[in-house]
Design a protein around this ligand. Structure first.
Ligand code: SF4
Length: 291
């Protein structure tokens, strides 16, 4: 089997059941869930929901991952062929989805591309690529013309922080190139007449406890990389320690304080970003209005 180099981990794994890479998946597409999702950002979920397809496995494997039931372990979810994936996309559109939202799909890129090439011309709703931001430019380049909206995280500034929480000291360097490639492909964001995102870039950043200075540095760097008025920012406060209690990083064993979140939000506003923020008190996925 061909050695896998689809993502920046460059494992070179053959991706057979006995030789998996960091993503923990063979090449067979596996999905954990495909359904309308009401709790993405307002211009993505709208009033009917986003057509989310959660792929199993992940190549970043953050210590605080809230989706670890999906992102780790090979034997979860359902195996589907690219053609079956196209049926899922069409079913979600029929159910009223505002978009097709591919969540962490890159380790199945070959199959996902096959599905998109088969069905893109039949979809009347945008295709959204939802990613950790830890992506190779070459992989993203293969998606040009098939993806309308990129929804990347920009997680870390410091290589020490990204090494500590995701085992990826090169995260920022990789994510910066990925963001530039995404912007090259989709350009300035556009909204439809209902205020739903039709194309463009929505960048997510999750504020982590004890790391507000890193968050501010992320936003400053983003504002240097791309025109802030051409993209939307989603500043997330939903961090919950439940999934990190066993990790050795004590600062992750609590929630983000109001002071931490608000100081990052203030910095975002001072840089000219516009976008969305989450309700902090519940640390839930519910969004509060735009900022
Ligand atoms: S997609 Fe998986 S196997 Fe391939 S390089 Fe990335 S982590 Fe390794």
């Amino acid at each position: 089997m061909e050695a896998c180099h689809l993502c920046p981990r460059h494992c070179g794994a053959s991706r057979t059941p006995n030789a998996l890479g960091v993503c923990g998946q063979t090449r067979q597409i596996r999905i954990a869930r495909a359904a309308l999702h009401p709790y993405e950002e307002p211009p993505i979920s709208g009033n009917r929901g986003s057509g989310t397809v959660f792929f199993c496995g992940c190549s970043l494997r953050c210590v605080f991952c809230q989706n670890r039931a999906i992102s780790r372990g090979e034997q979860i979810g359902e195996a589907v062929t690219p053609r079956e994936l196209t049926d899922i996309f069409l079913r979600l559109e029929q159910e009223g989805a505002h978009n097709i939202n591919l969540v962490t799909p890159t380790h199945f890129l070959d199959g996902v591309l096959q599905a998109l090439e088969l069905v893109k011309h039949r979809l009347t709703i945008p295709v959204l690529y939802n990613t950790s931001g830890y992506e190779l430019v070459e992989a993203l380049g293969r998606l040009e013309g098939l993806v309308d909206i990129y929804l990347p995280d920009f997680k870390y500034y410091s290589s020490k922080v990204s090494a500590k929480y995701s085992g990826a000291p090169d995260y920022r360097e990789i994510a910066e190139k990925a963001l530039l490639e995404m912007y090259r492909q989709v350009g300035t964001f556009t909204l439809d007449t209902d205020g739903l995102l039709r194309s463009g870039l929505l960048v997510r950043h999750l504020v982590l406890p004890g790391n507000r200075h890193d968050s501010m540095a992320v936003l400053s760097r983003l504002s240097e990389l791309l025109p802030v008025t051409d993209l939307r920012l989603s500043l997330m406060s939903q961090y919950t320690p439940d999934f990190a209690l066993e990790c050795p990083h004590k600062e992750l064993h609590r929630r983000v304080t109001r002071f931490e979140y608000e100081s990052v939000l203030e910095h975002a506003l001072s840089l000219g970003f516009t976008g969305y923020m989450q309700g902090r008190a519940s640390a839930s996925s519910l969004y509060t209005p735009n900022f």
